[in-house]
Design a protein around this ligand. Structure first.
Ligand code: PMP
Length: 406
């Protein structure tokens, strides 16, 4: 387990909710921010704020340096070959939509296939539905195993030589499942398709290496990994990004503008139309520094241990059903569950009365809810600042809720 001291870096955690010390178990929705990130944002606005890339004045140079340094931090964080492959955008949703609208529109035709899975987040479903409808392509789903994992045999059965895009989440935001992305990418490539990875729940918790995974695109959001909201990343292989057209046009992304035609800047800027998310990128850079100082391997281990402990203690509660893989090593720090006879919203409300923040609902994964045959679930998600005490408070809260409703 990581030291409890880590909590002290997160000022928001030091408060009471409804008369109880806050237990924050909703990091899969958004993580809390360490003081280091808050300070980096304050420093930027208090000392360096300016627009980037254009100014010859000192503030402009400082802002540009901060912004582009953040890009290098992201490159290193995911082990991309070049900063030209790192594009800043609003979040995982925007990044996935960009791949669908740029790469997808240019490369998917009538009768071609796009392959996703039943466990995807809406952000990795709807962009492909829209593309399939527009192009007359076929959207195919890889079925899940009973425990909510993916079998490579089923991937092989679903992906064919008509498949142009395979898009899979690395870690499920509901089941916690960690998917075998490298192996799925091999199958996609053997069939001539590109591999898109929704890394929104992976980037905060796992050591990412895009070269090892050999994925073609990777999308993630800063706000789930201790960074600010409003910043995310699209990684793409340079040879693919070079062939792709931007989907947003305007300032910053152009080279030459004529009356009837224009040309674009080189990568990565051709995909960053308008004033970029300067403070967000700098904040994300500070978050990456923080995560690296703690150590991604330690964070991953800590989450496995907490999720394992939570699952063990929660399974002692009669009528409580946990979804997803039983082996905590097969899942990130996400535990999704239902308590028999209690609607998850009511459960989350009672937990909140006790200072415990969990999420209830469909978690932006309605097809998965249908697959699980439930309308909603409750979800506790653990991150580096959570402790064994938080697990105990959750279990105690669940027992109280059970008594209250029965
Ligand atoms: N994919 C997954 C797996 C997610 O959990 C989320 C966020 N809930 C997203 C995509 C979308 O991320 P964002 O809302 O930051 O764009």
């Amino acid at each position: 387990m990581l030291s409890k001291e880590i909590r002290n870096h997160f000022p928001i955690l030091d408060q009471e909710i409804n008369g109880h010390p806050l237990v924050y178990l909703d990091s899969a929705a958004t993580s809390q921010k360490p003081q280091q990130v808050i300070d980096a944002l304050t420093k930027y606005y208090a000392e360096d704020n300016s627009n980037v890339h254009r100014g010859v004045h000192s503030l402009g140079n400082r802002a540009t340096e901060g912004y582009e340094n953040a890009r290098e931090k992201v490159r290193e964080f995911i082990n991309a070959k070049s900063t030209q492959e790192i594009i800043f955008m609003r979040g995982a949703t925007t990044a996935l939509n960009t791949v669908a609208q740029s790469y997808g529109r240019a490369n998917v035709g009538e009768g071609d296939e796009i392959v996703i899975t039943y466990m995807e987040h809406h952000s990795n479903i709807i962009p492909w539905q829209q593309l399939a409808k527009e192009k007359g392509a076929v959207l195919k789903y890889i079925d899940l195993e009973e425990d909510g994992t993916l079998s490579l045999d089923k991937v092989r059965e679903t992906v064919t030589d008509r498949t142009k895009i395979v898009s899979v989440m690395y870690v499920s935001n509901v089941l916690g499942t960690m998917n075998p992305i490298k192996e799925i990418a091999e199958i996609a490539h053997a069939n001539g398709a590109v591999m898109v990875v929704d890394g929104a729940q992976a980037a905060p918790h796992l050591k990412l290496d895009v070269q090892k995974l050999d994925c073609d695109f990777l999308a993630f959001s800063g706000h789930k990994m201790c960074g600010p909201t409003g910043i995310g990343v699209l990684y793409g292989k340079k040879e693919l990004l070079n062939q792709m057209d931007p989907i947003e046009f305007g300032g910053e992304m152009i080279d030459f503008v004529g009356l009837y035609d224009s040309t674009w800047k080189e990568l990565p800027w051709k995909f960053e139309g308008g004033t970029p998310i300067i403070a967000g990128a700098i904040g994300l850079g500070a978050a990456i520094d923080f995560l690296r100082e703690v150590g991604l391997d330690k964070i991953e281990r800590h989450e496995h241990e907490l999720a394992g402990l939570a699952m063990e203690k929660m399974s002692e509660i009669e009528g409580l059903q946990i979804y997803g893989p039983v082996d905590p090593k097969k899942r990130a720090g996400i535990v999704t569950f239902n308590l028999e006879g209690v609607h998850p919203h009511d459960l989350a409300t009672v937990l909140d009365m006790n200072g415990i923040a969990v999420r209830a609902g469909h978690h932006c994964a309605q097809p998965l809810m249908k697959w699980l045959d439930v309308s909603a679930t409750a979800r506790a998600s653990f991150y580096l600042y959570n402790t064994e005490d938080d697990v105990d408070r959750l279990v105690e809260g669940l027992r109280m809720a059970k008594e209250y409703f029965q």
